[in-house]
Write a protein that binds this ligand. Structure first.
Ligand code: ATP
Length: 359
């Protein structure tokens, strides 16, 4: 197992920076997800760690070895990095056992030892007895497990997953998610897991690196990302936070600020050191809001109620902010109706930090 360090890593293609000044420290045995929208630089980051690309500036270290950067360079095959690809990348003409044992054969390992290692790897991914099959005769989930076993026999110090569930249907995704979590628990391998799926990242990762336009937007636990997003991008990308314009009036007791939102004063959670400022935003979650036909709060109009079974998606426009449309979910029983007047009470919120950068 090993620790992975990205130290101010930038990767440019011509004059375009696909990865910009990214610093991440992945602990020994940690499960890190790299999450972000299409084109944010996730795959480029993975290719840099694997060694398929060289950094333009900055440094990548695995353990104490500099693998890319001014301080040194290590060839991809010498990095002891295993990769599980989205499309499995299995050789169709080889059996499952041959696919898994290929790297051991290339390394000219004793045949009996190699066979035992292949069997152990098959057992680790619950594929005992399927060693003689060809990939074509396996399900998508089984193929993905062969890919995982193949990467494991080489005893990597670090495993990279490149959107490994993207080709699987919803039910299989959930069971493979469980298997990846069990695999991590059993082996304690350091994992970097690329995905654009928030639920997958949250279910699996110790910490998540959210990328935006090549930059690291925030590196935090799933809970921190949800409750304390570092900027507007993270607030809306993670579970579609509800953003409201706010002026910061004063700092209150530790971790709280008084803000004015839609003409009303409110105390919200914030980072330490916040000062009065105009033009800020707060992020609320559906559970922070009460909407009712006649309760306390701001007056507004329920523009639409889209019933979804067990909950409804509400579109709400406050009278005091007529250009704002707030989208949020309400659990059953849904008492609101499209076109009705209603009141919105904000029970709590989080002040989006001033700097907005990664922290
Ligand atoms: P997706 O989820 O769609 O795979 P991603 O987050 O993995 O996206 P990358 O594939 O890392 O994003 O690409 C980031 C940006 O860098 C994109 O704008 C892409 O077009 C650009 N890019 C990636 N590789 C190259 C390359 N070899 N040459 C030029 N531009 C590239």
């Amino acid at each position: 197992m090993a620790r992975l360090t990205l130290d101010h890593v930038t990767k440019s293609f011509a004059d375009f920076d696909a990865v910009k000044d990214v610093s991440i420290d992945v602990g020994d045995g940690e499960f890190l997800a790299v999450l972000g929208p299409s084109g944010c630089g996730k795959t480029t980051l993975l290719r840099l760690v694997a060694g398929f690309e060289k950094v333009t500036s900055g440094e990548i270290r695995i353990g104490s070895d500099v693998v890319s950067g001014k301080g040194g360079s290590v060839a991809p095959e010498k990095r002891r990095v295993g990769i599980v690809f989205q499309n499995y990348a299995l050789w169709p003409h080889m059996t499952v056992a041959e696919n898994i044992g290929y790297s051991l054969k290339v390394a000219k390992l004793d045949k009996a030892v190699a066979r035992r290692k292949v069997e152990d790897a098959l057992a680790l991914v619950n594929l005992q007895g399927l060693g003689d099959r060809r990939p074509a005769n396996l399900s998508g989930g089984q193929r993905q497990r062969v890919a995982l076993a193949r990467c494991l026999v080489a005893a990597p110090s670090l495993v990279l997953f490149d959107e490994p569930l993207a080709n699987l249907d919803v039910h299989l995704r959930a069971s493979m998610e469980d298997e990846f979590a069990a695999f991590h628990k059993r082996t304690g391998t350091t994992i970097v897991y690329i995905t654009h799926d928030q639920a997958e990242a949250m279910a699996l990762a110790d910490r998540i690196a959210v990328m935006d336009g090549g930059r690291l937007a925030q590196l935090a636990t799933p809970r921190e990302l949800y409750h304390e997003p570092a900027n507007e991008m993270v607030a809306s990308f993670i579970s579609q936070g509800i953003l409201l314009p706010a002026d910061v009036l004063s700092a209150e007791q530790a971790g709280h600020c008084k803000v004015r939102v839609l003409g009303t004063e409110l105390v919200v959670r914030c980072r330490a050191g916040e000062r009065p400022r105009a033009g800020a935003k707060i992020c609320c979650r559906a559970s922070d809001l009460d909407v009712s036909p006649d309760g306390p709060g701001f007056d507004g109009l329920v523009k639409r109620v889209i019933y979804q079974g067990g909950a409804a998606r509400i579109e709400f426009t406050p009278v005091a902010g007529a250009d704002l449309i707030l989208h949020f979910e309400q659990p059953d029983p849904v008492v609101l109706e499209s076109g009705a007047q209603a009141r919105l009470r904000i029970r709590s919120g989080w002040l989006i930090p001033a700097a907005g950068g990664a922290w």
